[in-house]
Write a protein that binds this ligand. Sequence first.
Ligand code: ATP
Length: 241
Amino acid sequence: MSNAKIEVKNLTLKYGDALAVDNVSFSLAQGECLTILGANGAGKSSIGKALAGLLPPASGAFLLDGDDVTTLEPFLLAQRGLSYLPEGRAIFPTLTVEENLMLGARKLSKDPKAAVESAYELFSRLGDRRKQQARTLSGGEQQMLAVAKALITEPDVLVVDELSLGLAPLVINDIYTALSAARAKNNVTILLIEQYIDRALNFADRAMLMVHGHEVWNGPADSNAEGIVRGFLSGESEGAA
Ligand code: ATP
């Protein structure tokens, strides 16, 4: 039996008859980070949604700790330690920072207050703004809150979609720093869907490149990877031109 934390086997995803992801397989060991790269529409987010239980596969399987969880409801996957951070700001805009965090913490933490305090340790800017309505936070702070909410239950597995979308470089640095700290503390397994190739490769252990729903390359996220990925992507845009 495999000792992978996550195993995705021959995953095929469709929207109606339209094929979004074709026969993709990968696995992650506990504590490992795989980044999925690719142009718009390549199928990255669809894989994230499928792993969160939001998009039932047309075929293939998803195993968590060796158990087949392909058809589990999102809340059952959350109970099994999978936290999903969708694209956009996954927060409640009219609730305060603290109320947002408490909602996540109450669901799954044994000690919600302590969990909220440790979120403030990770993101001091959220601690300073704990009574502020989430909608009045800057875009970067809103994303910090979304990340803190996803981390507050100390997930085993974190699926993150487009963490840096629309954010300034300094804020992105802060968010990645917090994610690194959480990773070091809890050995969390991360699937990182990211549009910024260099940042994603810096953070991840391994990378997988998708083109039009197909996996075209996978390998270590090392100094060679960026050239390989950019080579594929420039070939793709030339092909489309
Ligand atoms: P982006 O970076 O733009 O989010 P992506 O690589 O994450 O792109 P997906 O969002 O997974 O790509 O989309 C893969 C394909 O599935 C695209 O052709 C897209 O148009 C299609 N698709 C995505 N969501 C839906 C939907 N709800 N209904 C129909 N087709 C969809």
